[in-house]
Ligand binder design. Structure first.
Ligand code: CTP
Ligand code: CA
Length: 224
């Protein structure tokens, strides 16, 4: 229904987008999660679809509806997301890792509710690191495949934020890193976003602010 600026410049391209936030179960009724709403990832999927791409959206607990007509795979945990995106990446031209992946998961998921009566006044939960999915995707990407990562940082100083982004991009090995500042009131359930995009090597290739859909289109311009 909306006509993208550059026309259907992603026609014939397969794009895999991850969105939302993973949840790591502690017991049958509780999880460790994060505040990602999935809005920016859903906007990337919608923008790519409008530009003619064949879109697979891998969704973890979206707070918004996925775009109509987009192929959808729902996942709960970081390990499930890893399995889905690793498989899908084999046939993808573009992979965009918008999802907020839990860095750690409980070492043990209990089969029954953790009871206050066992724990007492304090409760310690051992966590183990989840695999770094973006780094693995970047390391194994096929020729010509474009891999895009995101980074949400709470660093308030703009130049320190860029430096953090450069370090993160180098560690991940992706082609691009979309950097944005988040905080208690900023970045999550909001309709708009403000990003800086770094490319491999660390140069700033794009800065955008506005609706998450307009930011998504600018990111796809960079990918194209
Ligand atoms: N990511 C991932 N696998 C993880 C953690 C993150 O693939 N286990 C991806 C995210 O989807 C995002 C990018 O890596 O595209 C950056 O995530 P971020 O949380 O900003 O970076 P981390 O490397 O986890 O570093 P930290 O949270 O310590 O800042
Ligand atoms: Ca992280």
């Amino acid at each position: 229904s909306r006509l993208p600026r550059g026309g259907v410049d992603l026609a014939g391209k397969r794009i895999v987008v991850t969105a939302g936030g993973t949840r790591e179960p502690l017991d049958p009724v509780r999880f460790l999660g994060n505040r990602s709403s999935g809005r920016q990832g859903v906007a990337v999927a919608a923008a790519a679809q409008a530009r003619g791409a064949d879109v697979l959206l891998i969704a973890a607990h979206l707070e918004v509806d996925p775009p109509e007509g987009v192929e959808l795979v729902e996942v709960q945990t970081a390990l499930e997301l890893q399995e889905a995106v690793t498989e899908a990446a084999r046939s993808a031209d573009i992979v965009v890792m918008t999802a907020a992946v839990a860095d750690y998961r409980p070492a043990v998921t209990r089969e029954s509710k953790i009871k206050k009566s066992e724990a007492g006044d304090t409760l310690s939960i051992e966590l183990v690191a989840n695999p770094d999915i973006l780094a693995a995707l970047s390391a194994t990407r096929r020729d010509g495949q474009v891999v895009v990562g995101f980074a949400a940082e709470t660093e308030p100083d703009p130049s320190t934020l860029i430096e953090l982004g450069r370090t993160k991009l180098a560690a991940k090995g992706s082609d691009f890193l979309v950097l944005n500042q988040v905080g208690w009131e900023q970045g999550f359930a909001t309709e708009s976003n403000e990003v800086v995009v770094l490319r491999k090597g660390g140069d700033i290739v794009m800065e955008a602010s506005g609706s998450k859909l307009s930011v998504a289109d600018r990111i796809l311009d960079v990918v194209v």
